[in-house]
Every structure is written in structure tokens, then in C-alpha cells.
Ligand binder design. Structure first.
Ligand SMILES: [Zn+2]
Length: 184
């Protein structure tokens, strides 16, 4: 018995009408980066189906080095999956979603930040920078971080969005754009 036990019944219901999605490009051609907050589940707020979009979640939905690494890997994987199909269009769009009332906002409070630094071993300055106090500000910064990363494939575009916990609405704050190609 675990706390998952009652949820296994839901999995049984799910498996009864299940048909597996094949490995290929996500059919929505979108990769979502969002907060791990249980009130902001991209599958639910965007109505995602299996096979439509990979989702990377962490505290705040921040574009960290680990997220950049995963997106670079998925870019290479997508190239591999479409090899020989003659497709020259974009691979997928990374949609970065930050949200209101984010729990990482507590990191802006010095006492909490001090405790979090002790618990995680991370520097207080890094934790302060990770806080989503104003999602409009942080989503803009993270879209920029992706677009200027040398790891981002020129075939991957990036957009920014803010989800409002109070209304359930997602607002686009940055339309999809591709990284500028750097001249040598
Ligand atoms: Zn959050």
C-alpha cells in the first residue's frame, strides 16, 4: 500500500482504452517548460493528449542549465527522428510558461531563502535569482536566455506565456521567434 494505491484504479481505467503513441516528433510540435506546481499541470490546462508535447517541469519553470541540456538533446533527437523525410522546417517550439502565485516567490523573503539555502546547499543569490516574483519579468528573461543560448538549435523557436492561477487563462507574452544566427 502506498499513497499511489488509490490512483492505480485510475490507471486501470486509463489502460482499458489505451492505444500507444508511436515515437516521433510531438504532434503539436511544442515542448512545454513549466512549473512543477500541481495547480499548473500543462496536460490539463492545455488539454494535451499523449504524443502531443513533451513537458519539462521544475520549480518555477525556469530555464536552467539542465533544461538547456534537455532541449539541446531533444533537438538532436528530433533531427534523428525526421532524418530522411526531407523536412527543412522548424523542429518544434519551446513554450515557456510561468505563473502567478508561484511558490518560488517565497525565495524573495530573506528568512525563507536562508532556510532553503541550508537545505539545498545552493547559494542564496542563486535562489533569489530563481524566484518567480513577477512571472511577466521572469518569463521574458528565460525566453531571452533560451534564444541566446549556443545550445539552442536554429530550428527551434521559443515563445513565452503567463498562466493566471485565479482565472485559469494563459496569456502569450512573447510570440514565437527563432534565435538570431551569429555571424562569425
Ligand atoms: Zn510555481
Amino acid at each position: 500500500m502506498t499513497r499511489l494505491t488509490p490512483l492505480l484504479d485510475r490507471n486501470e481505467q486509463f489502460a482499458r482504452n489505451y492505444s500507444p503513441a508511436s515515437l516521433g516528433l510531438p504532434t503539436a510540435q511544442v515542448l512545454v517548460v513549466s512549473c512543477l506546481d500541481h495547480r499548473v499541470d500543462p496536460a490539463i490546462i492545455l488539454g494535451l493528449q499523449l504524443g502531443e508535447a513533451p513537458v519539462i517541469r521544475n520549480a518555477g519553470g525556469r530555464v536552467t542549465q539542465a533544461v538547456l541540456d534537455d532541449i539541446a538533446f531533444l533537438g538532436v533527437l528530433a533531427e534523428q527522428l525526421i532524418a530522411g523525410q526531407g523536412t527543412t522546417d522548424g523542429l518544434f517550439e519551446v513554450a515557456v510558461i510561468h505563473h502567478t502565485q508561484c511558490g518560488t516567490g517565497f525565495l524573495a523573503v530573506p528568512g525563507f531563502r536562508h532556510q532553503a539555502a541550508a537545505a539545498t546547499g545552493r547559494a542564496e543569490a542563486a535562489l533569489e535569482a530563481a524566484a518567480v516574483v513577477d512571472p511577466y519579468v521572469t518569463v521574458k528573461a528565460d525566453v531571452e536566455r533560451l534564444l541566446t543560448s549556443p545550445l539552442l538549435s536554429p530550428k527551434v523557436s521559443v515563445s513565452g506565456h503567463v498562466y493566471d492561477i485565479a482565472t485559469g487563462r494563459l496569456a502569450t507574452t512573447a510570440d514565437a521567434s527563432y534565435p538570431q544566427t551569429q555571424s562569425p
